[in-house]
Design a protein around this ligand. Structure first.
Ligand code: ADP
Ligand code: MG
Length: 694
């Protein structure tokens, strides 16, 4: 064990700093191998380490001023349609100018890929002399001359290819190449990005003039192509042209920022960090991050995941679950998705917050925070989705509406839900922690979805306490069903806490029957279950509405000795209804209560409570009752109710105070009164009246 490993185990970071600064670790891989080191410490040690990758630090550039046009220049006109399209591309196809860099880099990357294919083919090997040449992309900026140059060592273009590929818009040499490859049945991954034949012209969003020097593989002669992007272009033979293609962009005055090293660096980081070949900017290696989502899942270390997660999420916590997903049907998807360890902040919760996933096609970014790839409620998921079926130059509007994107979203949503269901099965404790932090998003997903099948899929992820289990132990709907009786009903009860749920008057009779009931403590739980309506053919029924709808409870034939008689009940009900007029919509006797004198039920209790919480403060009291239409249910066996009946005769004034008080208590008990302090005034009035007698 190295001294450093021991130090780390024994001492916190502050002891580590002086040691590490005095004895810097030369080898970064050593730092990676230290076990049990926190992320902060590890990063700090990397920072202190003296190892530098020689490739990253060393200056390396192939861009030199060697090209010299020779011979005659021929002038060509763009075709009429090309001119029109050119205008569209340069003016309105792309929402941001900076994407021209992404387009040129992806063309360079395509050219390198094509060279790779060619060099391993039989005819290629004969034609090309330097099969082993370094395959690279170089970019240089020149502020003084206001130019930007991008050069690759790829397949290059012949004179006729310059004419057909750059002279005719919407003619993609790359697409033709792919088709030819297919017809030859060449095997291997197709890494070529271009296929629409418009990307190159995006350069005219920023350029006054563009010079392309190109020399095709195995050709002796190079050529220069020049155009200002209006009507014509010129082609001329040139000397000193390296194999591959070099594009010199003379920037418009108002686009001078693209001659700045830092600007280009950040654009590369944004769009082209993952291109398959080395990319140098002004002699320095500029793309560093591996496209982890394309690697074999087994080969990726936890450290790589952590680093990549931080890169894509721009945060400093860690992933709690990682979903690495690959499929080719119904469309090609390579996705690496992370579920954050940290709790969501207020901003993440808000609907304003954008998606956390970036959309790529073949390692090139289409859009960061791509909004329609996942449904809104999955905005806490971070990561990358790469689909080669999606064209690079898909406009914003298309991104929002295309059927392709919708399909992508459906497949991914189903996959994510399935993945979370698996987490629940694999490790319930871990899943519960996740649910504690992110359950609110799942609930949002159910409430905002209109598709019953999708709702039910997401509902697999819900967790509740159950009357049949100890406090704090959570169950899901599947577990409930596995124990359920054949009435195909899932009962639930909303209450602020376990104690209040267990002592709830609504739950009383089900408790006696030993019926399992899910307890909902969180604000949105009961709304979610009400909206869900059913799960796997089981009806979701709130205990309160079950009570309201339970007709058998109004059957008063077997009340027994201990109860008010039928005639007395009718008498009392009418009397109470009269006193509560404008408040209670109706008054009934019920057999469902044991220890409680009375309750209030309303149609759609969840919606009513939600309404009270959010709307009721500026509503006059009488309006509130006319909207809620509470049903007052009384227990004819309860001493208070029996006493109330007596009082209606002996002391009607006291009886009225008592009836009103019981009703008010029930409203509070049902959670239909926001501020229960209002009880106190009437309570005191009642007490005064009662105490008066003594
Ligand atoms: P796409 O990339 O969709 O095919 P572009 O307008 O970006 O369309 O490019 C048009 C064509 O020009 C490409 O298909 C390719 O044949 C050719 N081309 C562009 N840039 C290069 C390059 N750097 N090297 C070789 N060929 C290139
Ligand atoms: Mg292209």
């Amino acid at each position: 064990m190295s001294s450093l490993v021991r130090i780390n185990r024994l001492f916190p970071l502050r002891h580590l700093i002086p040691h590490a600064t005095k004895n810097p670790i030369r080898n970064i891989s050593k730092i990676n191998n230290i076990e049990g080191l926190s992320w902060g410490n590890r990063t700090f040690l990397r920072f202190l380490s003296t190892e530098t990758s020689p490739r990253e630090e060393d200056y390396h550039s192939i861009i030199k001023d060697t090209e010299k046009p020779i011979g005659e220049s021929t002038k060509h006109e763009f075709q009429a349609e090309t001119r029109m399209l050119l205008d569209i591309v340069a003016r309105s196809l792309y929402s941001e100018k900076e994407v021209f860099i992404r387009e040129l880099i992806s063309n360079a990357s395509d050219a390198l890929e094509k060279f790779r294919y060619l060099s391993i083919s039989k005819e290629g090997a004969e034609k090309i002399k330097d099969v082993d040449r370094a395959l690279e992309i170089h970019i240089s900026t020149d502020k003084h001359n206001r130019t930007l140059t991008i050069q690759d060592t790829g397949i290059g273009m012949t004179e006729s290819e310059l004419i057909s590929n750059l002279g005719v818009i919407a003619k993609s040499g790359s697409k033709a190449f792919i088709e030819e490859m297919k017809s030859k049945q060449t095997n291997g991954d197709n890494n070529i990005i271009g296929q629409f034949g418009v990307g190159f012209y995006s350069v005219f969003m920023v350029a006054d003039k563009v010079e392309v020097y190109s020399r095709a593989a195995g050709e002796d002669q190079g050529f220069k192509w020049t155009s200002d992007g209006t009507g014509t272009y010129e082609i001329q033979p040139a000397e000193g042209v390296l194999f591959g293609t070099k594009i010199v962009i003379h920037l418009k005055t108002d686009c001078r920022e693209f001659a700045d090293d830092d600007t280009i660096k950040s654009i590369i980081n944004k769009y082209s960090n993952f291109v398959g070949s080395p990319l140098y900017l002004n002699g320095k290696k500029a793309n560093i991050v591996q496209p982890l989502w394309l690697s074999d899942p087994k080969s990726i270390t936890p450290q790589q995941h952590n680093d990549f997660y931080r890169f894509v999420s721009k945060s400093y916590d860690m992933p709690r679950f990682t979903l690495h997903y690959k499929t080719d049907v119904p469309l090609s998807i390579r996705a690496l998705l992370y579920f954050p360890e940290g709790k969501p902040g207020l901003f993440e919760m808000s609907q304003e917050n954008q998606s956390g996933v970036a959309l790529y096609t073949k390692k090139i970014l289409i859009k960061n925070r791509a909004d329609n790839i996942l449904p809104k409620w999955l905005r806490f998921v971070k990561g990358v989705i790469d689909s080669e079926d999606i064209p690079l130059n898909l406009s914003r509007e298309l991104l929002q509406n295309s059927a392709l994107i919708k399909k992508l979203r459906d497949v991914l949503t189903a996959k994510i839900i399935k993945f979370l269901q698996d987490q629940l099965k694999k490790n319930q404790a871990e899943y519960e922690k996740f649910y504690q932090d992110y359950g609110i998003f799942i609930k949002e997903g159910i409430i905002t979805n209109y598709d019953q099948a999708e709702k039910e899929e997401a509902a697999h992820l819900l967790m509740f306490e159950s009357s049949q289990q100890e406090p704090n132990k959570k169950v899901n709907l599947n577990e409930y069903i596995s124990r359920a009786a054949d009435n195909r009903t899932i009962f639930f009860l909303a209450a602020p806490s376990r104690t209040l749920a267990e002592s709830s008057p609504y739950y009383e009779s089900l408790k006696t029957k030993n019926q399992e009931v899910l307890f909902c403590y969180e604000p949105y739980d009961e709304l979610v279950l009400t909206q869900l309506r059913q799960f796997k053919g089981y009806k979701l029924v709130s205990v309160e509405s079950d009570m309201r709808d339970d007709k058998t409870a109004n059957d008063l034939t077997n009340l027994g000795e201990d109860s008010l008689k039928r005639s007395e009940i009718d008498e009392l009900s009418n009397w109470v209804k009269d006193k509560l007029s404008g408040k209670a919509d109706s008054v009934h006797a019920t057999t469902r209560l044991e220890n409680h004198p009375c309750v209030v039920t309303v149609e759609e209790m969840a919606a009513a409570r939600h309404f009270i919480k959010t709307q009721s403060h500026n509503l006059p009291e009488d309006r509130r009752y006319s909207i809620l239409r509470p049903q007052f249910e009384i227990n004819p066996r309860h001493p208070i109710i029996k006493k109330l009946h007596k009082l209606t005769k002996s002391d009607p004034e006291l009886a009225e105070l008592l009836a009103k008080q019981l009703f008010a208590n029930s409203m509070v008990g049902a959670g239909l009164v926001e501020d229960s302090r209002f009880l106190l005034t009437s309570m005191n009035e009642l007490l005064v009246k009662v105490l008066d007698k003594h």
